[in-house]
Design a protein around this ligand. Sequence first.
Ligand code: HEM
Length: 113
Amino acid sequence: MELAYNLVLIVHFIGLASVVGGFLVQMRSAEKGVNPAMWHGALTQLVTGVILVGLAEMQDWDVDHAKIGVKLALTVVITVLAFIGRKKPLPQTAFWGIIGGASIVNIIIAVLW
Ligand code: HEM
């Protein structure tokens, strides 16, 4: 079970790289938008995050519910914005900025809380 948890955590890091990488790569672009890396990364974070919590609960590991609640709420916003934003005509600067900024806030929460 611990191996399963660690494997899902690795996918969680790949999702993080995808959403933040998709954001950063457009930093100097004139037409910023929600690219597939950001959309798929957001979805990956939502799914792998929920699975991680489930696997931790199954093993009676301590889960900080307040921290997870804030991360989950932010990730739902990120995913909904990515879903809506990717269909809009370019530039989608506000969608791009909020998704990238909120993802970085989620990293800060994950590490510092
Ligand atoms: C954009 C969204 C997200 C980002 C950028 C993100 C980022 C991170 C990072 C950097 C870590 C590693 C922290 C560490 O090991 O110190 C982590 C771990 C974790 N995340 Fe997320 N996360 C996101 C969404 C979520 C969501 C939605 C959930 C749950 C509903 C979640 C649950 C977890 C759990 C359970 C861990 C493992 C913590 C541990 O083993 O100590 N994450 N996340």
